[in-house]
Design a binder for this molecule. Sequence first.
Ligand code: RP5
Length: 164
Amino acid sequence: MNFVSIIMGSKSDYEVMKPCAETLESFNVKYEIIISSAHRSPDRTKTYIKQAEEKGCKVFIAAAGMAAHLAGALAAGTTKPIIGVPMKGGAMDGMDAMLSTVQMPSGMPVATVSLGKAGAVNSAYLAVQILAITDSELAIKLQEDRIIKSKKVESDSKEIEIIL
Ligand code: RP5
């Protein structure tokens, strides 16, 4: 069973990450979602990575804020792709999490997406794109989604556009 795993450092990350789960659902991609912290529950995080991988997890999405170490900790425990979603909040409102998540040492990549809802949604899209490399049905769904998005730009424009 192929699936994606969403891991959040805290329950306080859940609201931001809901759109990630919803996006995976819109593509009928199976996922697990749990709370586990690199700092507060390192053993649970380590154990979960191994168990998820054994069950068929193909991509991990890690959401964490402040001195965000979760995505890096996952990268240390698996060679599966890791997508890091930095969370806003704290004294630096996410800049700390963004730098902590993106600044990985060479050979230990974390694909870091943006702060906020766009990052949460894009983490799901990136996971779907990775799965679609070996899943032609999913690849077609992604192409259809692009067409819908492109048509929406045109219809939105028609509502307000002025062309001389
Ligand atoms: C991080 O610290 C979590 O991912 C969260 O974004 C941030 C704050 O956590 P809480 O204090 O709200 O639990 O580990």
